[in-house]
Write a protein that binds this ligand. Sequence first.
Ligand SMILES: CC(=O)N[C@H]1[C@@H](OP(=O)(O)OP(=O)(O)OC[C@H]2O[C@@H](n3ccc(=O)[nH]c3=O)[C@H](O)[C@@H]2O)O[C@H](CO)[C@@H](O)[C@@H]1O
Ligand SMILES: C=C(OP(=O)(O)O)C(=O)O
Length: 417
Amino acid sequence: MEKLMISGGRPLQGTVTISGAKNSAIALIPAAILAESEVILDNLPLLSDVAVYSEILEELGANVSWEGNQMRIDPTHIISLPMPNGPVKKLRASYYMMGAMLGRFKEAVIGLPGGCNFEPRPIDQHIKGFEALGATVTNEHGAIHLHAKELKGAKIYLDVVSVGATINIMLAATRAKGSTIIENAAKEPEIIDVATLLNSMGASIKGAGTETIRIEGKSELRGCRHSIIPDRIQAGTYMIAAAATRGNVLIDNVIPKHLEALTAKLIEMGVGIEELDESIRVIGKEKYESIDVKALVYPGFATDLQSPMTSLLTQAEGVSVLSDFVYSNRFKHVPELARMGAKIRVEGRSAIIEGHPLNAAKVKATDLRAGAALVIAGLTVSEGITEVTGVEFIDRGYDHLVTNLRELGADVWRQND
Ligand SMILES: CC(=O)N[C@H]1[C@@H](OP(=O)(O)OP(=O)(O)OC[C@H]2O[C@@H](n3ccc(=O)[nH]c3=O)[C@H](O)[C@@H]2O)O[C@H](CO)[C@@H](O)[C@@H]1O
Ligand SMILES: C=C(OP(=O)(O)O)C(=O)O
């Protein structure tokens, strides 16, 4: 196992180019099995989650080739096989195999998803959607068994606004008979990206990005070529890191609109922001004001940036309150930040953060964004070396992290634990 070593205290300076979005990529790859011919995905991020997904499709007989940032998926010879164990257990988004397999084969056996379990993450809304489309769903010894004689379009109201359930239902419904309407759908940009791919494959999806999505099922879909949107969470993480180190960084290849909630909060704290067409410049300042932040569904402040933002708020003067209305217990980074001298207490779904300088320490990433928070914290500390273990979580969501940070002037390296 490797760990990340950080000798901080250097302002990040320069340009970082953001890769394709993880949360799009790991939905677009399973979506490709709904086609009858080759799907080409460009701007693919080089992440462990993407590698695991390619393993999953290969296990089913798809021909997957991956060169640089392009993946070619030929699902022509894919077969329906039960996948109760193996790679599906390694990542959260393996739940998309349920919708994709159901759409393609009207049946699936998929082990319950793994990935970052910072709190219980139910999939009842996914199941409710599959059942509404006519599938029988049972949980047998930790694997979900889905079967439908025929998938029929339905009106589905999500009780909880869920990214995964919205995409999963969309995947199955594209191959159902008739119309499906998803009400109270999630509006994240990654949902629009998946709908764009499916529409290029010949599906008919309208309203992605709004709370009502309408899908006309099709009996066959074809291959196509699609370029993945930039990763707004990676972009946001570098923006926060630039501010936390009082640096000056151009975050390139982003869609600034996707980052509006973060940008607004950074400006409120006193961070300098210049928005361009496809990039954002973050200009750090010596002093920041404390602020209140509420993580909400899109277009609200992203819960995936809540942990990195916690690290930045340790650098503000006074007391900030950061509440998470998506995941009420997503605070596993807090005790680790406390080892670094942070003064944070958790009350219900809120972290109350008192601005205070941090010190170097040995800390452990217990999930992806907790890991990002610890790296940012380490970058702010000028004396000593911060050691972050649990790098495998960070590798799920940040490609070329060490190279990117080094190019921005940070003293960061990987070392065997
Ligand atoms: C692969 C992917 O895209 N992951 C993202 C996705 O996760 P994921 O799609 O798993 O998250 P959801 O949007 O589904 O979860 C939102 C909330 O709904 C609850 N819920 C969800 C489904 C369900 O059936 N029942 C239920 O109660 C969850 O516990 C959570 O409180 O959106 C999250 C919220 O923006 C992000 O943190 C993750 O990075
Ligand atoms: C929680 C995350 O991802 P996943 O849903 O894939 O675990 C994340 O990207 O922060």
